[in-house]
Design a protein around this ligand. Structure first.
Ligand code: SF4
Ligand code: SF4
Length: 178
């Protein structure tokens, strides 16, 4: 039975019950996980995240290519921030592919303590425009059958999305986008 649709953001908890969430990667793709900056890590640790929830990851070519797709035209800045041979923190991914902080009813952390990428997902900004990553297993997209009303069901306004994206850029060390 489908749970009633609400606009309070609880769709992500329903998504966790169905097992298809953005909190899991395909095993073998761990290196593609987004970076967790020092400021985000500190906020997570203050909310209960432990050493075991973080993994040091080498800045591999696949990681760099993924970042370049997210921030087209900013390859030089990205190479300075995440130089080849260097490393960054990411979330620990369990052998099945799920984030170590994922519980049966969703993320173990309160929303405001989660990494900015998690809080922004499935939205992204490119060229000043709000986009979303299409994902079949996203419960919010299933319930809204695509993008219309997606912000509402996830409890996010356009201002929230732009604000989170700006905070993510700052946290990751990228300059403010005009
Ligand atoms: S930190 Fe929380 S929201 Fe982010 S991937 Fe892990 S479980 Fe999901
Ligand atoms: S954003 Fe979509 S995929 Fe991620 S937990 Fe929420 S409903 Fe699931």
């Amino acid at each position: 039975m489908t749970m009633p649709e609400t606009d309070d953001g609880s769709v992500c908890a329903r998504c966790a019950l169905h097992g298809g969430t953005c909190c899991a990667l395909r095993p073998g793709e761990e290196e593609l996980c987004f970076p967790v900056s020092a400021v985000e890590r500190a906020r997570m640790e203050a909310a209960g995240a432990r050493l075991k929830h973080f993994t040091r990851q080498e800045n591999t070519r696949a990681f760099a290519e993924n970042l370049a797709r997210l921030f087209p035209g900013e390859e030089e800045a990205l190479a300075r921030l995440f130089p080849p041979g260097g490393g960054h923190d990411r979330l620990t991914i369990l052998p099945g592919g799920a984030c170590a902080l994922l519980k049966t009813d969703g993320c173990a952390l309160p929303r405001e303590a989660r990494p900015l990428y998690c809080r922004l997902f499935p939205f992204w900004i490119q060229g000043g425009r709000t986009l979303y990553f299409e994902m079949e297993s996203c419960q919010a997209q299933r319930e809204r059958r695509g993008g219309a009303g997606l912000g509402g069901i996830l409890g996010m306004t356009g201002k929230d999305i732009h604000g989170l994206y700006a905070s993510l850029r700052t946290a990751w060390g990228l300059q403010e986008k005009k």
